[in-house]
Design a protein around this ligand. Structure first.
Ligand code: KG4
Ligand code: ZN
Length: 340
């Protein structure tokens, strides 16, 4: 089974992106993502609308993934889908589709943990990224999670620290919302921060355990700061937007780097990999590259399209599971919360 030529169809539907991908022996042949625009009007993901949109999107997205990969559905060796964690209504659409496809085509089913997939995205074979060596430290930073994970092997992972409240992506999005930026605010804040001065408006870094995170205080600090300053000058935010964004972003990046330094010190492992949507952030990317020089770490940052939610990472984990025969039964259940 190890050297077999295999094609895995991956399906991702845990939140507000409907995605399908085909990979062949670790190489991505297609990676299609339909982002649901409908949530922008609400300033956040509306679960009921997300599951409805997944239902509309899933068949066309899979067709497109097979078309771009230039293979017939009969060539698919197995189908992998996101079992959890995520929004239950969204997860169920991907799970039901995948179970039906597996049954209809008479092929195996593979159930994938979304957070594990963000980490194992590093093993996608691509000229623009290299795979970390075991053991390594993974920092998964997304809209739903902030976790420090000790990765001993593909399926031997241990969470050594996580957030006590909001995820880091939420910290970006909620702060951006206070500043009047459209949802999701992370990418826009990153863009504006790059033109700003990070030292003008510093924000406090919450004190918790060495490997723990807390972000709920940051958005409150941003809210109070903006309220206070706009009382004195109603145009304060628009006049200082770049510098405020730079202040928030640099606080978050320094905080993430502090935690990574603690993790390296405590575990003695200096191979450091990041994953999840927030790894697209320019500040964290620069800080990690600098740590290669100044701290002697080996750092790994996935290609942009494998950072945010995508199905290629689901297919990648599917392939690793297929090769080690970790198949799922048709009665496997979706899980809103899920441990490794
Ligand atoms: O992994 P992901 O696509 O979905 C989840 O599983 O949550 O992550 C989405 C999160 C959002 O909070 C978004 O604002 C944030 O990633 N994000 C960024 C950037 N690009 C995406 N945050 C900061 N800077 C960015 N460049
Ligand atoms: Zn994600």
């Amino acid at each position: 089974m190890k050297d077999q030529n295999i094609y895995i169809l991956g399906i991702e539907s845990s939140c507000d992106d409907t995605a399908a991908s085909v990979i062949n022996n670790g190489v991505v042949l297609s990676n299609v993502v339909a982002t649901q625009k409908i949530h922008e009007a609400y300033g956040g993901v509306v679960p009921e609308l997300a599951s409805r949109a997944h239902q509309q999107n899933i068949v066309p997205v899979v067709h497109e993934a097979l078309r771009q990969a230039n293979i017939d559905k009969k060539a698919v060796s197995a189908i992998a889908f996101t079992q959890g964690p995520g929004l239950m209504g969204s997860l169920l659409v991907g799970a039901s589709f995948s179970k039906s496809f597996a049954m209809g085509m008479g092929i195996p089913l593979l159930a994938v943990n979304h957070m594990q997939a963000h980490i194992l995205a590093h093993f996608i074979k691509d000229e623009e990224q290299k795979a970390p060596g075991f053991p390594f430290i993974a920092l998964t930073i997304s809209g739903g999670h902030t976790q420090l994970v000790k990765v001993k092997n593909y399926f031997d992972m241990e969470i050594i620290g996580e957030t006590l409240d909001d995820a880091v992506g939420e910290a970006f999005d909620k702060s951006a919302k206070i500043l009047g930026l459209p949802y999701p605010g992370g990418p826009m804040m990153d863009k504006l921060a790059q033109q700003g001065d990070p030292s003008r408006f510093p924000f406090p870094k919450p004190k918790v355990g060495p490997l723990e995170f807390s972000f709920s205080g940051l958005k409150t600090a941003v809210l109070y700061f903006v309220e206070k300053e706009t009382k004195a000058n109603p145009n304060f935010v628009e006049e200082n937007l770049n510098d405020i964004c730079a202040g928030i972003q640099s606080t978050i990046v320094e905080y993430l780097m502090d935690k990574l330094k603690n993790a390296v010190k405590i575990t003695g492992i200096n191979e450091v990999a990041i994953g999840g949507g927030v790894s697209a952030n320019s500040g964290i990317r620069t800080a990690l590259r600098e740590a290669e020089q100044s701290l002697g770490w080996k750092t790994y940052i996935p290609k942009f399209e494998y950072c945010t939610d995508n199905a290629a990472m689901i297919a990648m984990v599917g392939e690793l599971k297929y090769r080690t025969q970790q198949f799922a039964e048709t009665d496997v259940i979706s899980m809103a919360r899920m441990k490794f």
